[in-house]
Design a protein around this ligand. Sequence first.
Ligand code: AMP
Length: 281
Amino acid sequence: MRLILLGPPGAGKGTQALRLVANYEIVQLSTGDMLRAAVAAGTEVGLRAKSIMEAGQLVPDEVVVAIIADRIGQADAKNGFVLDGFPRTVPQAEALDRLLTERGLELDAVIELKVDEGILVKRIENRVAEMTARGEKLRSDDNPDVLKGRLAAYRAQTAPLADYYARKGMLKTVDGMAPVDRVTAAIGAILSPSKALKPAKVKAKAAKPAAKVKAKAARKPKSKAKSKAKVKSSARKAAPAKAKSAQGRKSGRKAVTKAGTAKTKAGQRKTRTKRRLTKAR
Ligand code: AMP
């Protein structure tokens, strides 16, 4: 599985990337994390990137493309990866296309987390306030002023990527403002639509017979056994396990078993014969 997560800073790409890593056994490739590691290690790339990152601007394309070219060739990325924070410009996306083609690889999806930028700034302000209150270390670019610059860079240089991938028919969009679990579920539905649809279908079918039982029982109190037996057979067709247990709980078991139905029918036949004999006499 090879994916790209698109979305402005603070949209939740990192959180969702970690969940994808756990669910699909792939690796997260975050250029932001790699650059921060390079800055911390004081490498040549780190020294070049430091002041650019602190200003909330984008590191030159060739720097991040070289990092990604090296990283996707490593053994742990063979099973797949989720790119978080890369590509961030159209030239980076084109370079990625070339890298993948050269290696005979393809992307499975590009997922955009759509968010309201105004709320995003509020989220970051709250996060900064909470982290400061807890005495935690902040990222040097994690402050509302730099965030505004990063959002501007996103709008100008990264947002056009949505069109780039939409034209290729690869773009999927999810509501990034929804609760984290809902965003994860929406991404899951995009990546494995069959898995996401199945449980919903089964539930809908299983719900019907139970409602029917109640409605019929309310309308025809005398022929309870018959209506329950009918529902039993349609429930068996729709959702065997669920219908069985619901039925077991709610109904008189005698009436819904095959033997019970036979007994009831035999009883009805006997009564009819008796009535006929009495009339004849
Ligand atoms: P992030 O953690 O993804 O928000 O990235 C933090 C910072 O790293 C960004 O504000 C940029 O300065 C730099 N950066 C990360 N990824 C890229 C990229 N693909 N292209 C250019 N700069 C990047």
